[in-house]
Ligand binder design. Structure first.
Ligand code: ZN
Ligand code: ZN
Length: 422
């Protein structure tokens, strides 16, 4: 025990010493090298070395949108396979009127959303293109994680019906709510659960160019998509004379070709082609051909769609976009399309106005904390707590003095007067 404590002490001292030495070195460096500190250059009115003409970098939370500007952030661009570099399908659309919309919420995308440091009350509108795990896999993380990250607004979800009741969005969200029965019971009375409410709007997956959302100058329409079985849809968002289209997953289809012609910004799946599905994903050849060219839209098919619809800017997603796959995918797109295109990667950011479309990458802080609610804080109602059975409750070992220390410390820090429960 003693040895460990001594080691810790020495380790602590060593770190402290290194820190002090490093600080001294930084302070002494200009004198040692004859460099002039940056501040004196600023004082003389010269350009500060910290300033650059233009950065292709977006730092979340630092740029307000112009009233006529749209910002789109890729929060998931990959495949159904979990991967640190790319989450599955998810795009955030932010508008100059303050509205924000999430399109799909695939596996792993919730942490990308979190990295943008937006209050969750503003992330309350979610549109689901279809119910594959790579498009809804982080719905629970947005729903429950949103509550624990201070969302007090209900989560509003729009999603398609299915060929049967059991393949529709409402069936899925009802079962998800049931799946989290224990989670719900555990939180009631311990945290404010207003944000737990889900308001689900299920619309007809066969509807063509039908309005499913119209608020605050924003109209969202739905188109049937063709993917795997009946049910999938694509979306078109219109606001302020700008048109944004999101395919979710679809095989090339007549509705997309007709209704997304000339949109300002089109995000369409551009799936891994058969050769990559075999060589990198280890699919059987027949399955690769079927999945890549019959269930999905492969790069040359994506290019063909874009050359017919001619958006101002095209974005392909739904592929592992690496140093070795990107050249092949772009070459295949270029067989059929010569317009503006980005092959999306997570944290790619686009600013869209009538005059310009700019592509950048977001640089995020990995150590983010939740933002406060935009509404006044609301506490839990302790009378709703479900609590424990006597058997479990009586197993508690109560460290009275230690708990009292925390109550005293917290009351002093925040000017409150809470008493530990008896
Ligand atoms: Zn799918
Ligand atoms: Zn998909």
């Amino acid at each position: 025990m003693k040895t460990i404590q001594l080691r810790r002490l020495f380790k602590g001292l060593a770190i402290a010493t290194t820190t002090i030495l490093t600080s001294l070195l930084i302070l002494a460096l200009p004198a040692l090298t004859g460099m002039t500190p940056a501040t004196s250059a600023q004082d003389e009115g010269d350009n500060s070395p910290a300033e650059v003409a233009s950065r292709d970098t977006y730092f979340p939370g630092t740029e307000e949108l112009a009233p006529d500007e749209m910002r789109i952030i890729a929060c998931g661009t990959g495949m159904p396979n979990a991967r640190p570099r790319q989450a599955a399908a998810c795009f955030l659309v932010e508008l100059g009127n303050g509205d924000k919309f999430i399109f799909d919420i695939g596996l792993g995308s919730a942490e990308r959303i979190a990295a943008l440091q937006i209050p969750y009350d503003r992330l309350d509108k979610l549109f689901l293109g279809h119910l594959h795990a790579d498009h809804i896999g982080d719905l629970d993380a947005l729903w429950i994680g949103g509550v624990t990250s201070n969302r007090q607004a209900p989560l509003r979800i729009w999603g398609p019906s299915g060929a049967e009741e059991k393949t529709g969005t409402k069936y899925m969200t009802d079962r998800m709510r049931e799946m989290y029965t224990w989670d719900w019971d555990s939180r009631v009375g311990n945290v404010n659960t207003d944000g737990f409410e889900m308001q689900v709007t299920e619309f007809d997956y066969k509807a063509v160019n039908a309005v499913i959302f119209q608020e605050n100058g924003v109209t969202i329409r739905t188109l049937p998509a063709i993917h795997a079985v009946d049910g999938p849809v694509s979306f078109i968002l219109e606001w302020n004379d700008l048109k944004f289209a999101f395919s979710s997953d679809t095989y090339p289809n007549k509705w997309w070709l007709e209704y997304t012609k000339g949109v300002d910004f089109a995000i369409h799946e551009c799936f891994a082609p058969p050769s990559i599905m075999v060589n990198k994903q280890n699919f059987a050849v027949g399955d690769a051909l079927n999945v890549a060219t019959q269930v999905h839209t492969s790069p040359a098919m994506f290019g063909k769609v874009m050359s017919i619809t001619k958006p101002r800017h095209a974005v392909g997603y739904h592929v592992f976009n690496d140093f070795d796959t990107q050249p092949q995918i772009l070459a295949e797109i270029r067989q059929t399309y010569d317009g503006p295109v980005d092959l999306a990667i997570d944290y790619m950011v686009w600013n869209v106005t009538k005059d310009e479309i700019r592509t950048r990458m977001a640089v995020i802080d990995e150590a983010v904390w939740p933002q406060p609610s935009i509404y006044p804080p609301k506490s839990a109602d302790p009378s709703q707590r479900i609590g424990f059975s006597d058997y479990i409750f009586e197993g508690r070992v109560v460290f009275t003095d230690v708990v009292k220390f925390y109550y005293d410390q917290t009351n002093e820090m925040f000017g409150t007067n809470f008493e530990p429960p008896k």
